[in-house]
Write a protein that binds this ligand. Structure first.
Ligand code: ADP
Ligand code: ADP
Length: 217
């Protein structure tokens, strides 16, 4: 791992829905010592708890739309005040708009952006086959990462992991999130920021190895 990742800067894990961000985040978190901060997980927790924020966010999530920037920034600002965030964090699924990235730059320095590249034609199968273990948070896939038999009976499918909703999520990605990759690439030309792009089409282990190799440079 390069030494600059040991500083208090944060890392952004970027990619389309279903790219494998959540799947790869655990290893990256261990390798860099930065806690994973997933806005998707935080929003789902708020929906489950029935908080005001959860009630507001739910309609957007179920429709495959991005939750408004103001809600997301509020969540992140609060999260970054916690003790474990003082050494920087690993953002998973955030920022998703240029406005979010601009707000983020006022809260923490981002030293590394890891982009996982997966074409749209692979995304639908990944999303529709995704299953979650509600007890451990482990992510499985009916074909690409089958769960052990003692776990399989308790697996759940996310409400937004349907073929219809994934189309809206991909539209939101191309329209609102993808432009952010250019924004970060441009920023990397003028600052210390490092942007790495990883081919996410291989198997889970293969993608892990590619990321590990890049982190080691
Ligand atoms: P994201 O967090 O980017 O939305 P996930 O990590 O939840 O994506 O992965 C989406 C689905 O695809 C999950 O079911 C996961 O098991 C599966 N998956 C992740 N990475 C790969 C991969 N490299 N090859 C095949 N399936 C994958
Ligand atoms: P995935 O990466 O599989 O699309 P996430 O769990 O990251 O799923 O996000 C689920 C949903 O939560 C998104 O479709 C969106 O409605 C909302 N969401 C999560 N993160 C953000 C964000 N940074 N900005 C806006 N909406 C978000």
């Amino acid at each position: 791992m390069s030494s600059d990742l040991r500083t208090s800067t944060s890392i952004v894990l970027f990619g389309p829905p279903g790219a494998g961000k959540g799947t790869q985040a655990g290893n990256i978190s261990v390798a860099t010592g930065k806690p994973q901060v997933s806005t998707g997980d935080m929003l789902r927790a708020a929906v489950k708890e029935g908080t005001q924020l959860g009630i507001e966010a739910k309609g957007y999530m179920d429709a495959g739309l991005l939750v408004p920037d103001s809600i997301i920034i509020g969540l992140i600002s609060e999260r970054m005040l916690q003790d474990d965030a003082s050494g920087g964090v690993l953002f998973d699924g955030f920022p998703r708009t240029i406005a979010q990235a601009e707000e983020l730059s006022k809260i923490t320095d981002v030293s590394l952006v890891i982009m996982i590249e997966v074409p749209d034609e692979d995304i639908v199968e990944r999303i529709v086959g995704r299953r979650m273990d509600p007890q451990t948070g482990e992510i499985y896939h009916v074909k690409f990462k089958p769960a052990p038999s003692d776990v399989s009976s308790r697996l759940i499918q996310r409400k937004d992991d349907t073929e219809d909703t994934v189309r809206s999520r991909l539209d939101a990605y191309h329209l609102q999130t993808k432009p952010l990759s250019e924004w970060y690439i441009e920023a990397s030309k003028e600052t210390q920021l490092r942007v790495i792009s990883v081919d996410g089409r291989g198997g889970i282990e293969q993608v892990s190895e590619l990321i590990e190799k890049e982190l080691g440079r």
